[in-house]
Write a protein that binds this ligand. Structure first.
Ligand SMILES: O=c1ccn([C@@H]2O[C@H](COP(=O)(O)OP(=O)(O)O[C@H]3O[C@H](CO)[C@@H](O)[C@H](O)[C@H]3O)[C@@H](O)[C@H]2O)c(=O)[nH]1
Ligand SMILES: O=C(O)[C@H](O)COP(=O)(O)O
Length: 325
């Protein structure tokens, strides 16, 4: 580990218990705080998350001003359940509707940034079980306490939960097998982030509006690299949020997620002059067929286009669409 990263780890890592809501409300002053939840087909979990954040942090303490769910083209009742639980809900394609739509988690986050009003914006995933208010307060604490901090990332233990089995630190497979090796390879100054793909982060609006967003699952890795580029490591912090339990994807879906993360990384390596080839966006996977294929091949070929678009910094889009006085 680079000495700079070792020092950062001590200086900029905290635990959510350190951040007390009453003190945070005092420090907040007149600023607005938004919590944004990107959500695709999260009917099973979204209602509880919205309720917990709204009751504890909007109604009881006033720390949070806005809970915004971005419905990412859900096919289930996510939007209705979120609204019934008290969230503001926007459809991903209805925000900045003049732009051609894109798909994916990064697009939902970018549209959530555009549709929200907070000076500080926190994001949490909508597939989490057992979310407590401390998930949000931990992310906001360092931003409110220190004007030099512009970006905070969550971390936690990640159990892998199977049918009747729990591997206490077996989760985060894409993080361990793809994101961490990639970051250590190309951006070793980011090697101190315990959970580089955590969907739980908070930042100052001006920073989020100044960076591009990868539209798919590459968004978190891209954001770490771009935030480092914009504000430097000392303006970044991480906070221990305890344990995170979420829905697991199957291996093939994790393969497609990994491919999108690699593409977002490749775009940044190319930007930095560290990659000269044009990355292919087609991912070939193999799955067990229902019947043997031609030539006795016991595999079916599945080809997916995993290309991710990049949204430009939001402030450029807003500046272009603002009427000239
Ligand atoms: O098209 C999409 C896909 C996902 N989501 C939401 O994004 C969040 C995270 O998606 P999920 O599929 O549950 O990702 P994870 O399996 O949890 O993947 C981890 O790794 C991803 C890749 O870095 C990160 O985006 C995630 O935040 C991180 O938790 C959830 O609220 C989803 O509903 C969308 O809004 N739109
Ligand atoms: O963040 C990750 O690494 C992926 O979402 C996979 O997580 P899981 O191994 O906990 O399913």
């Amino acid at each position: 580990m680079l000495p700079e990263v070792r020092q950062w780890l001590t200086r900029r890592t905290s635990r959510t218990e350190q951040w007390l809501v009453d003190r945070m409300v005092e420090r907040k002053g007149r600023r607005r705080i938004s919590v944004v939840l990107p959500a695709r087909d999260e009917a099973a979990t979204i209602g509880r998350i919205v309720t917990v954040v709204r009751e504890a942090l909007v109604e009881r303490t006033g720390l949070v001003d806005e809970v915004l769910v971005v419905d990412s083209c859900s096919r289930d009742a996510t939007a209705a359940i979120a609204a019934a639980a008290g969230a503001a809900v926007v459809g991903q394609d209805a925000v900045l509707a003049d732009l051609p739509p894109a798909r994916g988690k990064g697009e939902a986050l970018w549209k959530g940034l555009a549709a929200s009003t907070g000076d500080l914006v926190a994001a949490i995933d909508a597939d989490l079980r057992d979310v407590e208010p401390a998930f949000v307060t931990g992310l906001l604490g360092p931003l409110l306490a220190d004007p030099d901090v512009a970006f905070v990332k969550g971390f936690y233990h990640r159990p892998l939960i199977g049918d009747g089995t729990v591997d206490v630190d077996g989760g985060g497979r894409v993080s361990e097998l793809v994101a961490r090796p990639l970051l250590n390879l190309a951006w070793p100054r980011l090697a101190g982030f315990v959970q580089p793909l955590a969907g739980e982060f908070a930042a100052r609006r001006e920073l989020l509006e100044a960076i591009p967003f990868a539209t798919g699952y590459g968004v978190e890795l891209a954001m770490l690299v771009d935030v480092l580029d914009h504000v430097g490591l000392d303006a970044m912090a991480q906070v221990d949020l305890g344990v995170r339990i979420h829905r697991h994807h199957d291996l093939a879906a994790l393969g497609r997620m990994s491919a999108q993360i690699q593409l977002a990384a490749a775009a940044r390596m190319a930007r930095e002059g560290a990659l000269t080839c044009v990355p292919a966006t087609s991912l070939v996977q193999f799955r067990r067929p229902s019947e043997p294929g031609p030539g006795g091949l016991d595999r079916e070929v599945v080809e997916t286009d995993v290309a991710v678009e990049e949204r430009p910094p939001l402030r450029e889009v807003l500046a272009a669409s603002r009427p000239v006085a």
